[in-house]
Every structure is written in structure tokens, then in C-alpha cells.
Design a protein around this ligand. Structure first.
Ligand code: PLP
Length: 418
């Protein structure tokens, strides 16, 4: 059983398990599909990789080579971009509670744009930009009240959401009346992100209608950022839209909405994260013990919620195979459980699989987004290595953590009087 001509058992033997692995060809194909199809003859387009889905130097280097733009949400993600010499003119800085240090860091690197979440942030960005003698473009994150019909933890534009400002709110009105010749912030447009793992093109159409309606208030052509969240296939229940088709539909719909309202924009942005890395990633585990209780059978694996919190956090579903037994009859209904001290530490519940023994490897598919990036050291688990595979070759992009790494920041400091 192999991915990009690399045998999964051989990978597990060489690098150990749990192991995150990414098919580089699959990521490159996705990126190409976005860059080739998200184009318009009427305005500039930019595809931003939402680096929160999976960020490390190897990944951001790939994004850089491909000529994509980047969405970062923290000083840490920005630092990774800086480390690989990412063109800061292609970096957009998001987040609902950026610290002054993070904003200063972004300003000092001359990022393209700060996506401002609230009025207090606008004041802080302007103050810091003045202090540093910088001018900075800002987009405003708007909460446009579109239900993306996804899990409530990844629905981000319902009116109760913590993100952004409502278009008719006092906060947004205050932001809009703030700009003058004396401000160091420059109004460049508006942003929304309706949620993640979204399959309904109609949700995006509704969002585009609302955003174009809002942007029609200004005569100057602005930037419109319609976010990311494009759904991927975790199980057969998920029916993602082909990326090329999705891009064309979005562009056509934006053209239509602009025509209807007689509005012009300068630039259109999208921010896919999951759909670039999700399906390209898999996790290989080794089965330890197996257990039968009257109501269930378990295959215990050597990772769990520490390398994939999504099932415990929002009941995310996955598919898997027993490596080398993928063509055997799937006769056993089993639950793949991790090794953490939490009853919710279940990677997949009640999945049909062939008989597996201790030492067999299990590959869980579509773990490339929000797996490594949400991993933790709970129970002092070490974070698995990350390996990229391509055309029969493999390379480590993140080393497995060691026990020593787990105590590297622990210190036995002297007490000091405060
Ligand atoms: C503002 C913003 N843009 C883009 C994304 C990426 O979403 P996805 O990885 O589902 O494409 C997110 C995800 O949380 C987000 O909050």
C-alpha cells in the first residue's frame, strides 16, 4: 500500500509512528487548480493559503515556490513566513485579538494588509503604525450572518460569532468614519469567512451578494475577500466541489453580483486552508492492544487526540484502512481509540475493518488540515514527525519530538520578589 509510490509500511519502519505524511503532488495539484482557475479579466485575484491549517517551514516554502499569497493569524505563523523569506507583500494578517507585539511585528515586516476585527484594533494598528512611521492597508472582517451549515465550532459568520463586526453596527460605522489624511491606516476593503468544511455553493453566493451590497457604498474600487472554508472529503458522506469548478463558479457569481449592483472592485481574494492540505495528508499509526467489551471492539493506536483533536472537538469523521489489508473483507466493526486518558479520545467510531493484530499499521486519511496544527503534548505525548512524499521519495519536514523536547523549556528558577 503506497502513497505517491512510497510504501506506507516502509515509511512507518523508517520514521516510526504515529507519522503525519503529506503527498506533495496532491498539494501542488490543488494549488495549481486554485491559481489556474481563480482568475478574472476584470480585477486582480489572489489565492491566500490559510496557514493555520498546517504551517511549518517546509509547507510555507512550498506555498512560496508556487507563488501563492498567505494568510497568517499570529506572530508565530508570521515568523514561519519570515523564516522562509516569504514575500511580505503577499501576507495578510488576520485574528480577532492581535497583541500590540504581533501588530508591531507585522508592521515592521511590511506585511501587505492587516485584517481588522474590531474598532479597538483599528485604533491600536493606527497608533502603532504612526509610531513606526508606516502606512498600512486594512480590510475589515465583517460578520454577515450567513449560516454555512457546518459544525457550530467552525461556523464563523452567525450573528453570535466572536469574529468581525456586523455591517450595520456602531463599531463598523465608527471604523468607517475614522479615516482621514492624518491616519496611517488605509481603508482597502472588506473580508468575510462564513465557516469551514462548507459544501454549499449557495452559502458563498449569499455571502457574495451581501458583501457586494456592502461594498457598493464606496465609489473607489476596493478589495473583496470572501474567505476560505471549502469542504473536503473525509468520508463518503462528503461531496466536495471540484476546485476548478468551484473557482469558476465563484468568479462568475462575483461578476454577476458586481454587474447587478453596478459596482467595481479592485481585487478579489479567497483563503483556502483545509482544501489545500486536508486530503493530501494522512496519519499512520501502529496498533497496540485490541480489546472487546460487550458493546464494542477497540483497536488501540499509538497516537490519538494529541495528534488529531478534531473528532473529540467537533465529532469529525474519518476513513481508514489497515495497511496491507485494504483488500481484505471488512468484517469487524471496530473503534479506533487513542492512548490518552480521556474517554473521548476516539479517532474513528464503529468503522468496518479487517481483522488487525498488534503491530499492524492503520492509515487514517484526510488528516492534513488542523491535525498537526492543533496537536498537543497532553499526557506528555511527543508530537509525531511530518514527512512529505513525492514520486517514490520521502523527506522529513518536521522531526518527531523527543522526551527531552518535552522538558526543554522547564526551568528551576530562583523565586524573585514582585
Ligand atoms: C479567516 C479565515 N480564513 C480562512 C480560513 C481557512 O478555512 P479552511 O481551512 O476551512 O479553508 C479560516 C479558518 O478558520 C479563517 O478563519
Amino acid at each position: 500500500m503506497s502513497i505517491s509510490h512510497v510504501d506506507l509500511n516502509a515509511l512507518a519502519d523508517k520514521y516510526g509512528t504515529p507519522l503525519y505524511l503529506y503527498d506533495q503532488n496532491a498539494m501542488e495539484d490543488k494549488i495549481d487548480a486554485y491559481l489556474d482557475n481563480f482568475v478574472s479579466d476584470r480585477f486582480e485575484t489572489q489565492v491566500l493559503y490559510a496557514s493555520k491549517a498546517f504551517s511549518c517551514k517546509g509547507m510555507i516554502q512550498l506555498v512560496k515556490q508556487k507563488g501563492m499569497s498567505l494568510d497568517v493569524v499570529s506572530g508565530g505563523e508570521l515568523f514561519v513566513a519570515q523564516q522562509v523569506g516569504f514575500d511580505m507583500k503577499k501576507v495578510y494578517f488576520h485574528g480577532n485579538n492581535k497583541s500590540a507585539d504581533e501588530i508591531e511585528f507585522a508592521l515592521s515586516l511590511d506585511v501587505s494588509t492587516i485584517v481588522v476585527d474590531n474598532y479597538q484594533e483599528l485604533l491600536l494598528v493606527d497608533k502603532l503604525a504612526k509610531q513606526l512611521g508606516k502606512k498600512i492597508k486594512v480590510l475589515f472582517r465583517l460578520n454577515i450572518g450567513v449560516d454555512a451549515h457546518t459544525h457550530k465550532y467552525i461556523s464563523t459568520a452567525l450573528f453570535e460569532s466572536k469574529f468581525g463586526m456586523m455591517p450595520d453596527s456602531k463599531a463598523f460605522a465608527d471604523c468607517m468614519s475614522y479615516f482621514s489624511d492624518n491616519t496611517n491606516v488605509v481603508f482597502d476593503g472588506i473580508h468575510c469567512h462564513i465557516g469551514s468544511q462548507v459544501f454549499e455553493i449557495n452559502a458563498y453566493k449569499l455571502a457574495i451578494d451581501k458583501m457586494v451590497d456592502i461594498i457598493s457604498q464606496w465609489s473607489k474600487p476596493l478589495t473583496l475577500n470572501i474567505g476560505g472554508g471549502f469542504g473536503v472529503r473525509y468520508t463518503d458522506e462528503d461531496k466536495p466541489i471540484d476546485t476548478a469548478e468551484l473557482c469558476k463558479m465563484l468568479i462568475d457569481y462575483v461578476h454577476k453580483a458586481l454587474d447587478d449592483k453596478k459596482v467595481k472592485i479592485n481585487k478579489l481574494l479567497i483563503e483556502p486552508g483545509r482544501s489545500i492540505v486536508g486530503e493530501a495528508g494522512s496519519t499512520i499509526y501502529t496498533v497496540g492492544f485490541t480489546k472487546q467489551i460487550p458493546t464494542k471492539s477497540f483497536y488501540f493506536v499509538d497516537g490519538g487526540m494529541t495528534d488529531n483533536i478534531r473528532p473529540a472537538l467537533y465529532q469529525a469523521k474519518y476513513d481508514c484502512d489497515v495497511v496491507g489489508k485494504q483488500n481484505e473483507p471488512k468484517t469487524n466493526k471496530v473503534t479506533i481509540a487513542g492512548k490518552c486518558c480521556e474517554s473521548g479520545d476516539l479517532i474513528i467510531e464503529d468503522v468496518m475493518l479487517p481483522d488487525a493484530q498488534s503491530g499492524d499499521r492503520i492509515v487514517v486519511y484526510t488528516t492534513g488540515a488542523y491535525g498537526y496544527s492543533m496537536s498537543s503534548n497532553y499526557n506528555k505525548a511527543t508530537t509525531p514527525a511530518v514527512v512529505f512524499v513525492k514520486d517514490g521519495n520521502a523527506k522529513v519536514v518536521i522531526k518527531r519530538q523527543t522526551y527531552q523536547d518535552l522538558v526543554a523549556n522547564d526551568v528551576d528558577d530562583e523565586w524573585s520578589k514582585l
